[in-house]
Design a protein. Structure first.
Length: 165
């Protein structure tokens, strides 16, 4: 992961339009050509800024819309992480977003409890959620690993299909 991040930082000055052209992504003015979900981590402290006769104070702005399908925003506080999710109500139900946030929390807890484990080994769901995903009722003939793999594959397919629409 470290190498991937460092490689990305090394190319951070590549113009966005050049990247889109190089990837030969079909452009659609109604959506971002590369991604529809944004993750923001505000880990720099928000401080006041004083200049001669002016003082600038940070303040929270309530955002009602976003050009993306979903935006996860996290900020560090003295107690840990605080966050908000802004999402398209045309695409997602509140219940789905809450479940997604809970799954993300489980990933964070799993990684924090065992930093050396593979991300693919982190439990994403509670055992009680699995039967709801099974095609033929409880169990459905699939193991937990098969169900989690299916969820990841469906997620990838949805991402790819939304890029081609």
């Amino acid at each position: 992961m470290r190498e991937v991040c460092l490689g990305a930082y090394a190319h951070q000055d590549v113009p966005f339009a050049l990247l889109v052209d190089a990837l030969r992504v079909e452009r659609d003015l109604s959506r971002n050509p590369l991604f529809q979900v944004v993750f923001v981590l505000q880990n720099a402290p928000l401080r006041s800024l004083e200049m001669e006769a002016l003082t600038f104070e940070p303040f929270a702005v309530e955002v009602q819309t976003t050009p993306f399908d979903m935006v996860f925003s996290l900020s560090e506080s003295g107690e840990g992480l605080a966050g908000t999710v802004i999402y398209s109500t045309a695409l997602f139900r509140e219940e789905t977003v809450r479940r997604t946030v809970e799954h993300y929390r489980k990933v964070l807890e799993g990684v924090a409890s065992d930093p050396d484990q593979r991300l693919s080994d982190v439990r994403l769901m509670e055992e009680s959620e699995i039967p709801a995903l099974a095609p033929d009722g409880p169990g459905g003939g699939l193991s937990r690993a098969e169900l989690e793999s299916l969820v990841l594959e469906l997620s990838r397919e949805m991402s790819q299909s939304s890029q081609t629409e």
